[in-house]
Design a protein around this ligand. Structure first.
Ligand code: ARG
Length: 477
Protein backbone atom coordinates (compact mmCIF):
# COMPACT_ATOMS: atom_id res chain seq x y z
CA UNK A 1 0.00 0.00 0.00
CA UNK A 2 1.34 3.43 -0.93
CA UNK A 3 2.20 5.68 1.93
CA UNK A 4 1.00 8.83 0.21
CA UNK A 5 -2.47 9.47 -1.15
CA UNK A 6 -3.19 12.20 -3.67
CA UNK A 7 -6.59 13.11 -2.34
CA UNK A 8 -6.00 12.46 1.30
CA UNK A 9 -6.50 14.94 4.11
CA UNK A 10 -3.48 17.05 5.04
CA UNK A 11 -2.07 17.17 8.55
CA UNK A 12 -3.50 20.52 9.73
CA UNK A 13 -6.97 19.55 8.58
CA UNK A 14 -6.67 16.22 10.36
CA UNK A 15 -5.66 17.92 13.58
CA UNK A 16 -8.65 20.26 13.27
CA UNK A 17 -10.85 17.23 12.76
CA UNK A 18 -9.65 15.54 15.92
CA UNK A 19 -10.16 18.72 17.92
CA UNK A 20 -13.55 19.67 16.61
CA UNK A 21 -15.03 16.21 16.77
CA UNK A 22 -14.52 16.01 20.50
CA UNK A 23 -15.71 19.50 21.37
CA UNK A 24 -19.48 19.51 21.73
CA UNK A 25 -21.16 20.68 24.86
CA UNK A 26 -18.94 19.49 27.66
CA UNK A 27 -16.33 22.22 27.49
CA UNK A 28 -18.93 24.91 28.04
CA UNK A 29 -19.63 23.78 31.56
CA UNK A 30 -16.25 22.38 32.51
CA UNK A 31 -15.20 25.09 34.97
CA UNK A 32 -18.24 24.50 37.16
CA UNK A 33 -18.36 20.75 36.66
CA UNK A 34 -14.80 20.42 37.91
CA UNK A 35 -15.08 23.03 40.64
CA UNK A 36 -17.88 20.99 42.16
CA UNK A 37 -15.50 18.18 42.85
CA UNK A 38 -11.96 19.43 42.90
CA UNK A 39 -9.46 22.14 43.65
CA UNK A 40 -7.18 23.32 40.84
CA UNK A 41 -4.24 21.18 41.89
CA UNK A 42 -6.28 18.00 41.86
CA UNK A 43 -7.98 18.99 38.62
CA UNK A 44 -4.63 19.44 36.88
CA UNK A 45 -3.45 16.05 38.07
CA UNK A 46 -6.70 14.50 36.90
CA UNK A 47 -6.23 16.09 33.47
CA UNK A 48 -2.76 14.66 33.14
CA UNK A 49 -3.96 11.18 34.08
CA UNK A 50 -7.05 11.27 31.89
CA UNK A 51 -5.15 12.84 28.99
CA UNK A 52 -2.57 10.09 29.13
CA UNK A 53 -5.18 7.34 29.32
CA UNK A 54 -7.10 8.73 26.37
CA UNK A 55 -3.90 9.20 24.40
CA UNK A 56 -3.20 5.49 24.77
CA UNK A 57 -6.70 4.74 23.57
CA UNK A 58 -6.23 7.03 20.60
CA UNK A 59 -2.90 5.45 19.74
CA UNK A 60 -4.52 2.03 19.88
CA UNK A 61 -7.29 3.17 17.57
CA UNK A 62 -4.75 4.66 15.29
CA UNK A 63 -2.75 1.50 15.06
CA UNK A 64 -5.89 -0.53 14.40
CA UNK A 65 -7.11 1.84 11.72
CA UNK A 66 -3.83 1.62 9.87
CA UNK A 67 -3.24 -2.09 10.28
CA UNK A 68 -6.79 -3.38 9.95
CA UNK A 69 -8.21 -1.15 7.24
CA UNK A 70 -10.82 -3.78 6.40
CA UNK A 71 -12.56 -3.19 9.75
CA UNK A 72 -14.95 -0.28 10.02
CA UNK A 73 -16.29 1.13 13.21
CA UNK A 74 -15.30 0.66 16.80
CA UNK A 75 -17.45 -2.43 17.37
CA UNK A 76 -15.75 -4.21 14.50
CA UNK A 77 -12.55 -4.39 16.52
CA UNK A 78 -14.34 -6.09 19.38
CA UNK A 79 -15.91 -8.53 16.92
CA UNK A 80 -12.64 -9.28 15.18
CA UNK A 81 -10.87 -9.81 18.46
CA UNK A 82 -13.42 -11.60 20.56
CA UNK A 83 -16.29 -12.81 18.39
CA UNK A 84 -19.83 -11.81 17.50
CA UNK A 85 -21.15 -11.40 21.01
CA UNK A 86 -18.35 -9.02 21.93
CA UNK A 87 -19.10 -7.13 18.73
CA UNK A 88 -22.69 -6.84 19.83
CA UNK A 89 -21.76 -5.68 23.34
CA UNK A 90 -19.52 -2.99 21.92
CA UNK A 91 -21.89 -1.88 19.18
CA UNK A 92 -24.83 -1.68 21.54
CA UNK A 93 -22.72 0.31 24.01
CA UNK A 94 -21.71 2.70 21.29
CA UNK A 95 -25.29 3.19 20.21
CA UNK A 96 -26.45 3.72 23.81
CA UNK A 97 -23.69 6.16 24.46
CA UNK A 98 -24.42 8.14 21.33
CA UNK A 99 -28.03 8.86 22.11
CA UNK A 100 -27.56 9.23 25.85
CA UNK A 101 -25.03 11.91 25.00
CA UNK A 102 -27.68 13.61 22.92
CA UNK A 103 -29.85 13.79 26.02
CA UNK A 104 -27.00 15.66 27.71
CA UNK A 105 -26.76 17.92 24.67
CA UNK A 106 -30.46 18.63 25.01
CA UNK A 107 -30.21 19.81 28.61
CA UNK A 108 -27.18 21.94 27.84
CA UNK A 109 -28.86 23.48 24.81
CA UNK A 110 -31.83 24.44 26.93
CA UNK A 111 -29.60 26.03 29.57
CA UNK A 112 -27.89 28.03 26.82
CA UNK A 113 -31.24 29.17 25.43
CA UNK A 114 -32.17 30.00 29.01
CA UNK A 115 -29.83 32.95 28.73
CA UNK A 116 -32.41 34.53 26.44
CA UNK A 117 -35.53 32.74 27.71
CA UNK A 118 -35.32 32.25 31.47
CA UNK A 119 -38.08 29.63 31.53
CA UNK A 120 -35.68 27.19 29.90
CA UNK A 121 -32.79 27.87 32.20
CA UNK A 122 -32.89 24.85 34.45
CA UNK A 123 -32.62 22.57 31.42
CA UNK A 124 -35.20 20.19 32.80
CA UNK A 125 -38.27 22.31 33.45
CA UNK A 126 -41.41 21.34 31.56
CA UNK A 127 -40.98 23.97 28.83
CA UNK A 128 -37.34 23.01 28.45
CA UNK A 129 -38.15 19.33 28.03
CA UNK A 130 -40.91 20.13 25.53
CA UNK A 131 -38.59 22.28 23.44
CA UNK A 132 -35.70 19.81 23.71
CA UNK A 133 -38.02 17.06 22.50
CA UNK A 134 -39.08 19.16 19.53
CA UNK A 135 -35.47 19.88 18.57
CA UNK A 136 -34.62 16.21 18.91
CA UNK A 137 -37.53 15.11 16.73
CA UNK A 138 -36.62 17.77 14.17
CA UNK A 139 -33.04 16.53 13.93
CA UNK A 140 -34.21 12.95 13.60
CA UNK A 141 -36.60 14.00 10.86
CA UNK A 142 -33.82 15.78 9.00
CA UNK A 143 -31.63 12.70 9.12
CA UNK A 144 -34.56 10.50 8.10
CA UNK A 145 -34.91 12.72 5.04
CA UNK A 146 -31.37 11.85 4.11
CA UNK A 147 -29.58 15.05 5.10
CA UNK A 148 -25.84 14.65 5.23
CA UNK A 149 -23.60 16.99 7.06
CA UNK A 150 -21.90 19.02 4.38
CA UNK A 151 -18.25 19.93 4.73
CA UNK A 152 -19.13 23.64 4.57
CA UNK A 153 -21.48 23.31 7.54
CA UNK A 154 -18.83 21.47 9.51
CA UNK A 155 -16.32 24.23 8.92
CA UNK A 156 -18.79 26.89 10.03
CA UNK A 157 -19.66 24.91 13.14
CA UNK A 158 -16.00 24.37 13.98
CA UNK A 159 -15.22 28.07 13.70
CA UNK A 160 -18.29 29.22 15.59
CA UNK A 161 -17.44 26.96 18.47
CA UNK A 162 -13.74 27.66 18.63
CA UNK A 163 -13.94 31.46 18.38
CA UNK A 164 -15.95 31.94 21.59
CA UNK A 165 -13.70 29.46 23.39
CA UNK A 166 -10.58 31.38 22.42
CA UNK A 167 -12.25 34.65 23.29
CA UNK A 168 -13.03 33.19 26.68
CA UNK A 169 -9.44 32.14 27.21
CA UNK A 170 -8.09 35.59 26.31
CA UNK A 171 -10.55 37.41 28.54
CA UNK A 172 -10.05 34.93 31.35
CA UNK A 173 -6.31 35.53 31.25
CA UNK A 174 -6.88 39.27 31.37
CA UNK A 175 -9.32 38.87 34.25
CA UNK A 176 -7.03 36.66 36.29
CA UNK A 177 -6.64 37.87 39.80
CA UNK A 178 -3.24 36.48 40.47
CA UNK A 179 -3.85 36.45 44.18
CA UNK A 180 -6.93 34.27 43.94
CA UNK A 181 -5.28 31.74 41.73
CA UNK A 182 -1.89 31.36 43.32
CA UNK A 183 -3.18 31.43 46.85
CA UNK A 184 -5.76 28.76 46.22
CA UNK A 185 -3.67 26.69 43.95
CA UNK A 186 -0.65 26.28 46.16
CA UNK A 187 -2.58 26.19 49.33
CA UNK A 188 -4.60 23.31 47.98
CA UNK A 189 -1.71 21.53 46.48
CA UNK A 190 0.31 21.58 49.62
CA UNK A 191 -2.52 20.69 51.93
CA UNK A 192 -3.70 17.99 49.56
CA UNK A 193 -0.39 16.43 49.08
CA UNK A 194 -0.05 16.37 52.82
CA UNK A 195 -3.17 14.21 52.69
CA UNK A 196 -5.13 16.67 54.79
CA UNK A 197 -7.91 19.02 54.10
CA UNK A 198 -8.39 21.56 51.36
CA UNK A 199 -9.45 25.12 51.84
CA UNK A 200 -13.08 24.56 51.13
CA UNK A 201 -15.46 22.45 53.08
CA UNK A 202 -17.27 21.79 49.82
CA UNK A 203 -14.38 19.72 48.57
CA UNK A 204 -13.24 18.61 51.96
CA UNK A 205 -11.92 15.39 50.56
CA UNK A 206 -8.48 14.03 49.87
CA UNK A 207 -6.76 14.36 46.57
CA UNK A 208 -7.69 10.88 45.34
CA UNK A 209 -11.36 11.61 45.84
CA UNK A 210 -11.05 14.90 44.06
CA UNK A 211 -9.45 13.25 41.08
CA UNK A 212 -12.20 10.67 41.10
CA UNK A 213 -14.78 13.44 41.02
CA UNK A 214 -13.30 14.83 37.83
CA UNK A 215 -12.75 11.74 35.77
CA UNK A 216 -16.25 11.15 34.37
CA UNK A 217 -16.53 14.75 33.19
CA UNK A 218 -13.06 14.64 31.72
CA UNK A 219 -13.76 11.44 29.84
CA UNK A 220 -17.03 12.87 28.59
CA UNK A 221 -15.30 15.79 26.92
CA UNK A 222 -13.03 13.38 25.07
CA UNK A 223 -15.87 11.24 23.73
CA UNK A 224 -15.85 11.55 19.96
CA UNK A 225 -12.12 11.23 19.65
CA UNK A 226 -12.66 7.73 18.27
CA UNK A 227 -14.48 9.10 15.23
CA UNK A 228 -11.70 11.47 14.37
CA UNK A 229 -8.95 8.93 14.75
CA UNK A 230 -10.86 6.66 12.41
CA UNK A 231 -10.86 9.44 9.84
CA UNK A 232 -7.11 9.41 10.09
CA UNK A 233 -7.14 6.51 7.67
CA UNK A 234 -7.96 9.07 5.02
CA UNK A 235 -4.79 11.02 5.68
CA UNK A 236 -2.63 12.11 2.78
CA UNK A 237 0.38 10.46 4.36
CA UNK A 238 0.13 7.37 6.51
CA UNK A 239 2.52 8.78 9.06
CA UNK A 240 0.35 11.90 9.38
CA UNK A 241 -2.46 9.89 10.90
CA UNK A 242 -0.50 9.10 14.03
CA UNK A 243 0.87 12.61 14.24
CA UNK A 244 -2.59 14.15 13.92
CA UNK A 245 -3.89 11.96 16.70
CA UNK A 246 -1.13 12.99 19.07
CA UNK A 247 -1.10 16.69 18.15
CA UNK A 248 -4.90 16.83 18.19
CA UNK A 249 -5.15 15.19 21.56
CA UNK A 250 -2.50 17.30 23.17
CA UNK A 251 -4.08 20.48 21.77
CA UNK A 252 -7.42 19.36 23.06
CA UNK A 253 -5.94 18.65 26.46
CA UNK A 254 -4.36 22.10 26.56
CA UNK A 255 -7.62 23.80 25.55
CA UNK A 256 -9.57 21.87 28.18
CA UNK A 257 -7.00 22.51 30.89
CA UNK A 258 -6.81 26.21 30.18
CA UNK A 259 -10.56 26.64 30.01
CA UNK A 260 -11.19 24.71 33.18
CA UNK A 261 -8.28 25.94 35.28
CA UNK A 262 -8.25 29.68 34.50
CA UNK A 263 -11.60 30.34 36.18
CA UNK A 264 -10.12 29.11 39.46
CA UNK A 265 -8.09 32.28 39.31
CA UNK A 266 -11.08 34.48 38.72
CA UNK A 267 -13.55 33.30 41.32
CA UNK A 268 -13.13 31.54 44.59
CA UNK A 269 -13.95 27.86 44.67
CA UNK A 270 -17.24 28.44 46.45
CA UNK A 271 -18.30 31.05 43.93
CA UNK A 272 -17.26 28.87 41.04
CA UNK A 273 -19.35 26.00 42.34
CA UNK A 274 -22.40 28.18 42.23
CA UNK A 275 -21.96 29.72 38.81
CA UNK A 276 -25.05 29.15 36.69
CA UNK A 277 -24.91 26.64 33.86
CA UNK A 278 -23.39 26.66 31.29
CA UNK A 279 -20.53 28.06 33.33
CA UNK A 280 -18.48 29.45 30.45
CA UNK A 281 -21.35 31.62 29.40
CA UNK A 282 -22.02 33.16 32.81
CA UNK A 283 -18.34 33.55 33.61
CA UNK A 284 -17.82 35.39 30.35
CA UNK A 285 -20.86 37.52 31.03
CA UNK A 286 -19.50 38.52 34.39
CA UNK A 287 -16.13 39.35 32.82
CA UNK A 288 -17.43 41.31 29.83
CA UNK A 289 -21.13 42.09 30.22
CA UNK A 290 -24.39 40.86 28.70
CA UNK A 291 -23.28 41.08 25.06
CA UNK A 292 -20.37 38.81 25.89
CA UNK A 293 -22.79 36.33 27.43
CA UNK A 294 -24.93 36.37 24.31
CA UNK A 295 -21.82 35.84 22.17
CA UNK A 296 -20.80 32.69 24.02
CA UNK A 297 -24.33 31.46 24.17
CA UNK A 298 -24.76 31.67 20.39
CA UNK A 299 -21.45 29.86 19.87
CA UNK A 300 -22.59 27.20 22.26
CA UNK A 301 -25.97 26.80 20.59
CA UNK A 302 -24.38 26.33 17.18
CA UNK A 303 -21.75 23.97 18.57
CA UNK A 304 -24.36 21.76 20.17
CA UNK A 305 -26.68 21.71 17.19
CA UNK A 306 -23.78 20.72 14.93
CA UNK A 307 -22.58 18.01 17.28
CA UNK A 308 -26.12 16.79 17.92
CA UNK A 309 -26.73 16.41 14.21
CA UNK A 310 -23.64 14.28 13.74
CA UNK A 311 -24.47 12.26 16.83
CA UNK A 312 -27.90 11.58 15.35
CA UNK A 313 -26.33 10.05 12.27
CA UNK A 314 -23.54 8.12 14.00
CA UNK A 315 -25.55 5.73 16.17
CA UNK A 316 -27.73 4.54 13.34
CA UNK A 317 -24.66 3.89 11.24
CA UNK A 318 -23.58 1.57 14.04
CA UNK A 319 -26.91 -0.24 14.19
CA UNK A 320 -27.02 -0.59 10.40
CA UNK A 321 -23.62 -2.22 10.43
CA UNK A 322 -24.75 -4.52 13.22
CA UNK A 323 -27.83 -5.49 11.26
CA UNK A 324 -25.64 -6.34 8.32
CA UNK A 325 -23.45 -8.53 10.49
CA UNK A 326 -26.38 -10.40 12.01
CA UNK A 327 -25.88 -8.83 15.43
CA UNK A 328 -29.20 -7.01 15.30
CA UNK A 329 -32.38 -7.94 13.44
CA UNK A 330 -32.52 -6.95 9.78
CA UNK A 331 -35.25 -4.49 10.74
CA UNK A 332 -32.52 -2.08 11.92
CA UNK A 333 -30.88 -1.94 8.54
CA UNK A 334 -33.96 -1.22 6.43
CA UNK A 335 -33.42 1.95 4.42
CA UNK A 336 -36.12 4.35 3.30
CA UNK A 337 -36.16 6.07 -0.06
CA UNK A 338 -33.65 8.63 1.18
CA UNK A 339 -31.31 5.79 2.10
CA UNK A 340 -31.69 6.50 5.81
CA UNK A 341 -32.27 3.64 8.30
CA UNK A 342 -35.65 4.92 9.36
CA UNK A 343 -36.62 2.23 11.87
CA UNK A 344 -33.44 2.58 13.76
CA UNK A 345 -33.76 6.37 13.76
CA UNK A 346 -37.29 6.15 15.07
CA UNK A 347 -36.45 3.69 17.85
CA UNK A 348 -33.51 5.82 18.93
CA UNK A 349 -35.66 8.92 18.99
CA UNK A 350 -38.38 7.21 21.01
CA UNK A 351 -35.82 6.22 23.63
CA UNK A 352 -34.39 9.74 23.70
CA UNK A 353 -37.93 10.99 24.23
CA UNK A 354 -38.52 8.66 27.16
CA UNK A 355 -35.23 9.71 28.71
CA UNK A 356 -35.96 13.38 28.27
CA UNK A 357 -39.14 12.89 30.24
CA UNK A 358 -37.36 11.08 33.06
CA UNK A 359 -35.07 14.09 33.37
CA UNK A 360 -37.97 15.94 34.92
CA UNK A 361 -37.38 13.81 37.98
CA UNK A 362 -33.66 14.31 38.42
CA UNK A 363 -31.92 17.27 39.98
CA UNK A 364 -28.78 16.88 37.99
CA UNK A 365 -30.12 16.15 34.54
CA UNK A 366 -26.99 17.11 32.66
CA UNK A 367 -24.59 15.23 34.94
CA UNK A 368 -26.81 12.20 34.87
CA UNK A 369 -27.00 12.07 31.09
CA UNK A 370 -23.34 12.69 30.35
CA UNK A 371 -22.25 10.16 32.97
CA UNK A 372 -24.46 7.49 31.40
CA UNK A 373 -23.09 8.38 27.97
CA UNK A 374 -19.53 8.07 29.22
CA UNK A 375 -20.15 4.81 31.07
CA UNK A 376 -21.68 3.23 27.98
CA UNK A 377 -18.82 4.16 25.69
CA UNK A 378 -16.24 2.87 28.14
CA UNK A 379 -17.51 -0.60 27.25
CA UNK A 380 -16.42 -0.06 23.63
CA UNK A 381 -13.16 1.57 24.60
CA UNK A 382 -12.16 -1.31 26.85
CA UNK A 383 -12.76 -3.75 24.02
CA UNK A 384 -10.71 -1.62 21.62
CA UNK A 385 -7.82 -1.60 24.06
CA UNK A 386 -8.20 -5.33 24.62
CA UNK A 387 -8.05 -6.04 20.89
CA UNK A 388 -4.93 -3.92 20.55
CA UNK A 389 -3.44 -5.79 23.48
CA UNK A 390 -4.28 -9.13 21.91
CA UNK A 391 -2.64 -8.15 18.62
CA UNK A 392 0.41 -6.90 20.49
CA UNK A 393 0.74 -10.18 22.36
CA UNK A 394 0.47 -12.10 19.09
CA UNK A 395 3.17 -9.93 17.54
CA UNK A 396 5.19 -9.88 20.76
CA UNK A 397 5.74 -6.17 20.21
CA UNK A 398 5.89 -3.93 23.25
CA UNK A 399 5.04 -0.82 21.23
CA UNK A 400 1.69 -2.42 20.36
CA UNK A 401 1.08 -4.06 23.73
CA UNK A 402 1.61 -0.98 25.89
CA UNK A 403 -1.00 1.39 24.45
CA UNK A 404 -3.58 -1.38 24.53
CA UNK A 405 -2.73 -2.45 28.05
CA UNK A 406 -2.66 1.07 29.44
CA UNK A 407 -5.90 1.97 27.68
CA UNK A 408 -7.66 -1.04 29.21
CA UNK A 409 -6.28 -0.41 32.69
CA UNK A 410 -7.15 3.28 32.51
CA UNK A 411 -10.70 2.77 31.25
CA UNK A 412 -11.48 0.00 33.73
CA UNK A 413 -10.03 1.87 36.70
CA UNK A 414 -11.79 5.07 35.73
CA UNK A 415 -15.18 3.47 35.48
CA UNK A 416 -14.76 1.34 38.60
CA UNK A 417 -13.85 4.32 40.73
CA UNK A 418 -15.97 7.02 39.16
CA UNK A 419 -18.94 5.64 37.36
CA UNK A 420 -19.90 2.17 38.51
CA UNK A 421 -23.48 3.14 39.28
CA UNK A 422 -23.92 4.46 35.74
CA UNK A 423 -22.52 1.32 34.21
CA UNK A 424 -24.91 -0.61 36.43
CA UNK A 425 -27.84 1.41 35.07
CA UNK A 426 -26.68 0.69 31.53
CA UNK A 427 -27.20 -3.03 32.15
CA UNK A 428 -30.95 -2.34 32.05
CA UNK A 429 -30.58 -1.05 28.52
CA UNK A 430 -28.48 -4.07 27.64
CA UNK A 431 -31.40 -6.36 28.45
CA UNK A 432 -33.36 -4.71 25.66
CA UNK A 433 -30.35 -5.34 23.44
CA UNK A 434 -30.20 -9.02 24.31
CA UNK A 435 -33.78 -9.57 23.18
CA UNK A 436 -32.83 -8.10 19.83
CA UNK A 437 -29.58 -10.05 19.66
CA UNK A 438 -31.35 -13.33 20.25
CA UNK A 439 -33.79 -12.50 17.46
CA UNK A 440 -31.01 -11.52 15.14
CA UNK A 441 -29.19 -14.78 15.72
CA UNK A 442 -32.34 -16.67 14.88
CA UNK A 443 -32.64 -14.72 11.64
CA UNK A 444 -29.16 -15.72 10.57
CA UNK A 445 -29.62 -19.22 11.96
CA UNK A 446 -26.83 -19.00 14.46
CA UNK A 447 -27.14 -20.64 17.83
CA UNK A 448 -26.46 -18.73 21.01
CA UNK A 449 -23.50 -20.33 22.73
CA UNK A 450 -23.40 -21.37 26.37
CA UNK A 451 -20.88 -18.68 27.25
CA UNK A 452 -23.07 -16.07 25.60
CA UNK A 453 -26.07 -17.28 27.58
CA UNK A 454 -24.10 -17.16 30.77
CA UNK A 455 -22.87 -13.64 30.15
CA UNK A 456 -26.37 -12.52 29.30
CA UNK A 457 -27.58 -14.16 32.50
CA UNK A 458 -25.10 -12.21 34.59
CA UNK A 459 -26.05 -8.91 32.97
CA UNK A 460 -29.75 -9.65 33.38
CA UNK A 461 -29.29 -10.35 37.08
CA UNK A 462 -27.35 -7.11 37.43
CA UNK A 463 -30.09 -5.27 35.57
CA UNK A 464 -32.77 -6.67 37.85
CA UNK A 465 -30.64 -5.59 40.78
CA UNK A 466 -30.41 -2.11 39.32
CA UNK A 467 -34.18 -1.91 38.90
CA UNK A 468 -34.72 -3.00 42.50
CA UNK A 469 -32.09 -0.54 43.71
CA UNK A 470 -33.75 2.23 41.76
CA UNK A 471 -37.18 1.37 43.09
CA UNK A 472 -36.00 1.19 46.67
CA UNK A 473 -34.04 4.40 46.35
CA UNK A 474 -30.69 2.70 46.87
CA UNK A 475 -29.45 3.81 43.50
CA UNK A 476 -29.85 7.53 43.18
CA UNK A 477 -30.11 9.27 39.85
N1 ARG B 1 -24.00 12.79 21.80
C1 ARG B 1 -22.88 12.30 22.17
N2 ARG B 1 -22.75 11.03 22.32
N3 ARG B 1 -21.88 13.12 22.43
C2 ARG B 1 -20.60 12.69 22.85
C3 ARG B 1 -19.59 13.77 22.63
C4 ARG B 1 -19.48 14.71 23.76
C5 ARG B 1 -18.42 15.73 23.58
N4 ARG B 1 -17.13 15.21 23.86
C6 ARG B 1 -18.71 16.92 24.45
O1 ARG B 1 -17.87 17.38 25.15
O2 ARG B 1 -19.76 17.44 24.44
Amino acid sequence: MADTKDHGIALPALVALVISSAIGAGIFDLPATLAQGATPGAAILAWVITGFGILMLALSLNNLVLNKPELTGVSDYARAGFGDFAGFISGWGYWLSAWLGNVAFATMLMSALGYFFPALKSGNSVPAIVLASLVSWALTLLVTRGIESAAAINTIVTITKLVPIFAFVVVAILSLKAGVFTAHFWQNMSTNVGGKLVFSSATGTGIADQIKNCVMAMMWVFVGIEGATMMAARAKKKSDAGKATIIGLISLLIIYMVVSILPYGYLSLQELQHVQHPALLYLFESMTGPIGGAFISIGLIISILGAWLSWTMLPVEATSLMAEQGLLPKWFGVLNKYRAPQHSLLLTQVLIQIFLITLLFTDEAYNFAYSLCTAAIVVCYVLVGAYQLKLGLQLKKLSVILPGLIAVVFEVTAIVFSGMQYLWLCTILYVLGFMLYVRARREVQQAISKTELMMMGVVIVLALGAIVALATGNLKI
